[in-house]
Design a protein around this ligand. Structure first.
Ligand code: AP5
Length: 218
């Protein structure tokens, strides 16, 4: 089964995708994470990407669709993908349909994480993540636990990383772009009958429970 985790910046898409990876052994395909790997190289592309991402704008569809097709074509993750942060506009959604068809796959479920904007700003400004396992924490809502509690032993030497686009100016741009370009996608998927809404204002564990119930009921 392929799933899209849908929602505004800070809704918990990455957090809930990590839970699905752990509990359901699915593959998390996060376009944000793929782009941040690209940022670490010293190429002209990475400088351009940094500028776009730090401003909160969307990276071009061509770059994103290329990254996505490379992954969708991998037989080892066929029909077991969580799309986190993709698609972000109607053209990306149509390209995704075309790519999935080419590789004999479909989207079975779109999980729509619903959170008020006032909470999103705090979730984003408080976010830090482990430099090794990438697990996100939050200085306000989910403080980083002792690294010795992590199942990954390397995390004992972790740094806590803050993203350069997690500041108030960029956040308001990201929210505006979400409302203008990404939110209209819900109609696209509602017409296919695959959207399930989740109250993502609740605690991380409660949100995970709602998602697990939806998946188990399918
Ligand atoms: P991306 O990395 O995808 O960022 P985003 O969509 O803005 O989403 P976030 O990662 O900020 O939030 P999230 O929903 O994953 O929340 P998280 O689980 O971390 O994209 C970054 C940039 O890359 C974009 O701006 C764009 O430039 C580019 N890009 C990416 N994809 C693209 C695409 N397809 N097309 C074009 N450009 C693209 O949680 C946030 C915080 O809240 C954490 O601290 C967490 O611990 C906490 N938290 C989570 N859930 C809860 C809860 N239930 N209660 C309390 N705290 C919670």
């Amino acid at each position: 089964m392929n799933i899209i985790i849908f929602g505004p910046p800070g809704a918990g898409k990455g957090t809930q995708s990590s839970c699905l990876v752990e509990k359901k052994k699915m593959y998390q395909l996060s376009t944000g994470d793929l782009l941040r790997v690209e940022l670490k190289s010293d190429s002209n592309l990475s400088k351009k990407l940094k500028e776009i991402m730090d401003s909160g704008k969307l990276v071009s569809d061509d770059i994103i669709n290329n990254l996505i097709e490379k992954k969708i074509s991998e037989p080892s993750i066929k029909n077991n993908i969580i799309f986190d942060g993709f698609p972000r506009n109607i053209d990306q959604a149509k390209s995704l349909d075309t790519m999935l068809k080419k590789y004999g796959q479909i989207i079975s479920l779109v999980i729509n994480l619903k959170v008020d904007n006032s909470i999103l700003v705090k979730r984003i400004s408080g976010r830090v993540s482990c430099s090794f396992c990438k697990k996100p924490f939050n200085e306000f809502f989910d403080p980083p636990r002792d690294p010795s509690e992590c199942s990954n032993k390397e995390c004992i030497n972790r740094d806590l990383i803050k993203r350069s686009d997690d500041n108030e100016n960029t956040v308001s741009n990201r929210l505006k772009i979400y409302e203008d370009s990404t939110l209209p996608l819900l109609n696209f998927y509602e017409s296919k009958g695959v959207v399930k809404n989740v109250d993502a204002m609740k605690s991380i564990n409660e949100v995970t429970k709602q998602i697990n119930c939806i998946i188990d009921d399918l």
